[in-house]
Design a protein around this ligand. Sequence first.
Ligand code: G3P
Ligand code: CA
Length: 239
Amino acid sequence: MTLNFAHRGSLTEAPENTIPAFQKALEHGAKAIELDIQLTKDNELIVSHDHHFRRHNHEITGNIRDYTLEEIKEIDVGSGFDEKFAGTSLSTLDEVLDLCPSEILLNVEIKNIPVIYEGIEKILLGTLSNHNRLDNLIISSFDHVALKNVQQLNSDIPLGMLFYYRVLNAWDYANKSGLNITSIHPNQVYTDQTFVQECKKLGYKVYPYTVSNWERYEEMLNFGVDGVFSNSPEIFGEK
Ligand code: G3P
Ligand code: CA
Protein backbone atom coordinates (compact mmCIF):
# COMPACT_ATOMS: atom_id res chain seq x y z
CA MET A 1 0.00 0.00 0.00
CA THR A 2 1.31 3.44 -0.86
CA LEU A 3 1.31 6.39 1.48
CA ASN A 4 1.51 9.80 -0.14
CA PHE A 5 2.58 12.95 1.65
CA ALA A 6 0.88 16.31 1.29
CA HIS A 7 3.94 18.39 0.50
CA ARG A 8 4.07 21.50 2.71
CA GLY A 9 0.34 20.99 3.28
CA SER A 10 -1.90 21.63 0.30
CA LEU A 11 0.27 24.32 -1.24
CA THR A 12 -1.87 24.94 -4.32
CA GLU A 13 -4.82 25.95 -2.17
CA ALA A 14 -3.29 27.97 0.66
CA PRO A 15 0.08 29.53 1.55
CA GLU A 16 2.44 26.59 1.87
CA ASN A 17 3.49 25.29 5.28
CA THR A 18 0.80 27.36 7.06
CA ILE A 19 -2.11 26.17 9.17
CA PRO A 20 -4.66 26.76 6.35
CA ALA A 21 -2.51 24.60 4.03
CA PHE A 22 -2.37 21.79 6.58
CA GLN A 23 -6.11 22.10 7.22
CA LYS A 24 -6.76 21.74 3.49
CA ALA A 25 -4.54 18.66 3.33
CA LEU A 26 -6.48 17.07 6.18
CA GLU A 27 -9.77 17.94 4.50
CA HIS A 28 -8.58 16.07 1.40
CA GLY A 29 -7.97 13.00 3.52
CA ALA A 30 -4.17 13.12 3.50
CA LYS A 31 -2.76 10.34 5.65
CA ALA A 32 0.75 11.78 5.66
CA ILE A 33 2.01 15.35 5.78
CA GLU A 34 5.43 16.85 5.13
CA LEU A 35 6.69 20.15 6.53
CA ASP A 36 9.97 22.04 6.84
CA ILE A 37 11.40 23.66 9.95
CA GLN A 38 13.61 26.67 10.66
CA LEU A 39 14.67 28.34 13.88
CA THR A 40 13.85 31.87 15.08
CA LYS A 41 16.18 34.27 16.87
CA ASP A 42 14.77 33.07 20.18
CA ASN A 43 15.15 29.40 19.21
CA GLU A 44 11.52 28.63 18.45
CA LEU A 45 10.65 26.20 15.67
CA ILE A 46 8.95 27.82 12.71
CA VAL A 47 7.47 25.90 9.81
CA SER A 48 8.91 27.29 6.60
CA HIS A 49 10.64 25.95 3.54
CA ASP A 50 12.89 28.99 3.20
CA HIS A 51 15.22 30.63 5.70
CA HIS A 52 13.80 34.00 4.58
CA PHE A 53 10.35 35.51 4.00
CA ARG A 54 10.60 36.45 0.31
CA ARG A 55 8.48 33.57 -0.99
CA HIS A 56 5.55 34.89 1.04
CA ASN A 57 6.22 38.58 1.53
CA HIS A 58 8.78 40.59 -0.44
CA GLU A 59 8.68 43.51 1.99
CA ILE A 60 10.33 41.57 4.78
CA THR A 61 14.11 41.64 4.63
CA GLY A 62 16.54 39.41 6.48
CA ASN A 63 16.13 35.86 7.62
CA ILE A 64 13.89 33.96 9.99
CA ARG A 65 16.92 33.63 12.26
CA ASP A 66 16.97 37.46 12.65
CA TYR A 67 13.44 37.70 14.06
CA THR A 68 11.86 36.58 17.31
CA LEU A 69 8.75 34.44 17.26
CA GLU A 70 6.68 37.40 18.44
CA GLU A 71 7.95 39.48 15.53
CA ILE A 72 7.37 36.66 13.03
CA LYS A 73 3.79 36.24 14.18
CA GLU A 74 3.15 39.87 13.11
CA ILE A 75 4.26 39.19 9.53
CA ASP A 76 1.55 38.56 6.94
CA VAL A 77 2.41 35.59 4.74
CA GLY A 78 -1.10 35.09 3.38
CA SER A 79 -2.10 38.01 1.16
CA GLY A 80 0.73 37.40 -1.33
CA PHE A 81 -0.97 34.07 -2.05
CA ASP A 82 -4.54 35.34 -1.99
CA GLU A 83 -6.21 38.26 -0.21
CA LYS A 84 -8.52 35.81 1.50
CA PHE A 85 -5.51 34.60 3.51
CA ALA A 86 -4.49 38.12 4.62
CA GLY A 87 -3.24 38.05 8.19
CA THR A 88 -2.05 34.45 8.05
CA SER A 89 1.31 34.06 9.77
CA LEU A 90 3.96 31.38 9.61
CA SER A 91 3.11 28.55 11.99
CA THR A 92 5.09 27.21 14.86
CA LEU A 93 5.69 23.49 14.91
CA ASP A 94 3.64 23.47 18.12
CA GLU A 95 0.63 24.77 16.21
CA VAL A 96 0.95 22.13 13.51
CA LEU A 97 1.33 19.37 16.08
CA ASP A 98 -1.84 20.61 17.79
CA LEU A 99 -3.66 20.42 14.47
CA CYS A 100 -2.49 17.07 13.11
CA PRO A 101 -4.01 13.96 14.70
CA SER A 102 -1.60 11.26 15.80
CA GLU A 103 -2.78 8.90 13.04
CA ILE A 104 -1.28 11.23 10.43
CA LEU A 105 2.26 10.20 9.49
CA LEU A 106 4.30 13.35 9.95
CA ASN A 107 7.52 14.01 8.09
CA VAL A 108 9.48 16.84 9.67
CA GLU A 109 12.28 18.02 7.41
CA ILE A 110 15.12 19.85 9.14
CA LYS A 111 16.12 22.40 6.55
CA ASN A 112 19.63 23.49 7.64
CA ILE A 113 20.19 24.91 4.17
CA PRO A 114 21.91 27.34 3.86
CA VAL A 115 21.65 28.36 7.51
CA ILE A 116 22.94 25.69 9.87
CA TYR A 117 20.86 25.87 13.05
CA GLU A 118 23.10 24.57 15.80
CA GLY A 119 20.99 22.65 18.31
CA ILE A 120 17.83 22.45 16.20
CA GLU A 121 17.71 18.67 16.63
CA LYS A 122 17.46 18.88 20.42
CA ILE A 123 14.80 21.58 20.25
CA LEU A 124 12.84 19.52 17.73
CA LEU A 125 12.92 16.36 19.84
CA GLY A 126 11.89 18.35 22.91
CA THR A 127 8.89 19.78 21.07
CA LEU A 128 7.86 16.39 19.67
CA SER A 129 8.20 14.84 23.10
CA ASN A 130 6.08 17.58 24.70
CA HIS A 131 3.35 16.71 22.22
CA ASN A 132 3.80 12.98 22.73
CA ARG A 133 4.50 12.83 18.99
CA LEU A 134 7.56 10.61 18.73
CA ASP A 135 5.55 7.91 16.94
CA ASN A 136 4.18 7.91 13.41
CA LEU A 137 7.00 10.24 12.51
CA ILE A 138 9.88 10.50 10.07
CA ILE A 139 12.60 13.09 10.53
CA SER A 140 14.38 13.84 7.27
CA SER A 141 17.04 16.17 6.00
CA PHE A 142 19.38 16.88 3.12
CA ASP A 143 21.84 17.58 5.95
CA HIS A 144 22.87 14.09 6.95
CA VAL A 145 24.85 15.43 9.89
CA ALA A 146 21.54 16.68 11.30
CA LEU A 147 20.20 13.13 10.94
CA LYS A 148 23.20 11.85 12.87
CA ASN A 149 22.56 14.44 15.58
CA VAL A 150 18.95 13.28 15.86
CA GLN A 151 20.05 9.67 16.16
CA GLN A 152 22.52 10.51 18.90
CA LEU A 153 19.70 12.10 20.87
CA ASN A 154 17.15 9.36 20.17
CA SER A 155 18.09 6.23 18.29
CA ASP A 156 14.47 5.06 17.92
CA ILE A 157 13.37 7.73 15.49
CA PRO A 158 12.97 6.65 11.84
CA LEU A 159 15.17 8.82 9.65
CA GLY A 160 14.55 9.77 6.04
CA MET A 161 17.62 10.47 3.93
CA LEU A 162 17.00 13.16 1.34
CA PHE A 163 19.00 13.38 -1.87
CA TYR A 164 18.76 16.35 -4.20
CA TYR A 165 21.39 15.35 -6.77
CA ARG A 166 22.20 11.93 -8.11
CA VAL A 167 24.62 10.15 -5.85
CA LEU A 168 26.45 7.03 -6.94
CA ASN A 169 24.76 4.09 -5.22
CA ALA A 170 22.85 6.27 -2.78
CA TRP A 171 21.45 3.11 -1.18
CA ASP A 172 24.97 1.91 -0.29
CA TYR A 173 25.83 5.33 1.12
CA ALA A 174 22.71 5.16 3.30
CA ASN A 175 23.52 1.63 4.36
CA LYS A 176 27.09 2.48 5.34
CA SER A 177 26.13 5.69 7.13
CA GLY A 178 25.45 3.95 10.42
CA LEU A 179 22.21 5.88 10.62
CA ASN A 180 18.79 4.47 11.38
CA ILE A 181 17.56 5.25 7.87
CA THR A 182 14.15 3.74 7.23
CA SER A 183 13.33 5.63 4.05
CA ILE A 184 15.15 7.23 1.16
CA HIS A 185 13.68 10.39 -0.32
CA PRO A 186 15.17 10.95 -3.78
CA ASN A 187 14.45 13.74 -6.21
CA GLN A 188 11.87 12.28 -8.61
CA VAL A 189 13.75 13.51 -11.69
CA TYR A 190 16.25 10.67 -11.50
CA THR A 191 14.16 8.09 -9.66
CA ASP A 192 13.88 4.97 -11.80
CA GLN A 193 13.19 1.29 -11.32
CA THR A 194 16.81 0.41 -10.57
CA PHE A 195 17.07 3.10 -7.91
CA VAL A 196 13.88 1.93 -6.22
CA GLN A 197 14.74 -1.76 -6.40
CA GLU A 198 18.28 -1.30 -5.06
CA CYS A 199 16.92 0.68 -2.11
CA LYS A 200 14.25 -1.90 -1.43
CA LYS A 201 16.76 -4.77 -1.49
CA LEU A 202 18.32 -3.10 1.54
CA GLY A 203 14.95 -2.74 3.22
CA TYR A 204 14.46 0.98 2.67
CA LYS A 205 11.15 2.56 1.82
CA VAL A 206 11.37 4.97 -1.10
CA TYR A 207 9.43 8.24 -1.18
CA PRO A 208 10.39 10.43 -4.17
CA TYR A 209 9.63 14.14 -4.22
CA THR A 210 7.79 15.98 -5.72
CA VAL A 211 5.34 14.06 -7.90
CA SER A 212 2.27 16.08 -8.81
CA ASN A 213 1.54 14.77 -12.29
CA TRP A 214 -0.69 11.71 -12.44
CA GLU A 215 1.21 9.99 -15.29
CA ARG A 216 4.51 10.38 -13.48
CA TYR A 217 2.84 9.12 -10.32
CA GLU A 218 1.73 5.95 -12.11
CA GLU A 219 5.27 5.47 -13.37
CA MET A 220 6.52 5.76 -9.81
CA LEU A 221 4.01 3.16 -8.66
CA ASN A 222 5.28 0.81 -11.35
CA PHE A 223 8.84 1.32 -10.08
CA GLY A 224 7.57 0.10 -6.70
CA VAL A 225 7.79 3.25 -4.56
CA ASP A 226 6.14 3.26 -1.14
CA GLY A 227 4.61 6.67 -1.76
CA VAL A 228 5.46 10.11 -3.04
CA PHE A 229 5.51 13.68 -1.84
CA SER A 230 2.90 15.54 -3.83
CA ASN A 231 1.40 18.98 -4.32
CA SER A 232 -1.67 17.44 -5.93
CA PRO A 233 -4.70 16.80 -3.68
CA GLU A 234 -5.74 14.12 -6.17
CA ILE A 235 -2.54 12.23 -5.35
CA PHE A 236 -1.97 12.91 -1.65
CA GLY A 237 -5.67 12.49 -0.90
CA GLU A 238 -5.91 9.28 -2.91
CA LYS A 239 -7.95 6.62 -1.10
O1 G3P B 1 10.94 16.29 1.73
C1 G3P B 1 10.71 16.24 0.37
C2 G3P B 1 10.89 17.60 -0.27
O2 G3P B 1 10.12 18.51 0.43
C3 G3P B 1 12.31 18.04 -0.30
O3 G3P B 1 12.51 19.20 -1.07
O4 G3P B 1 12.87 21.60 -1.39
O5 G3P B 1 10.56 20.72 -1.28
O6 G3P B 1 11.94 20.81 0.77
P1 G3P B 1 11.94 20.63 -0.72
CA1 CA C 1 10.54 19.82 2.32
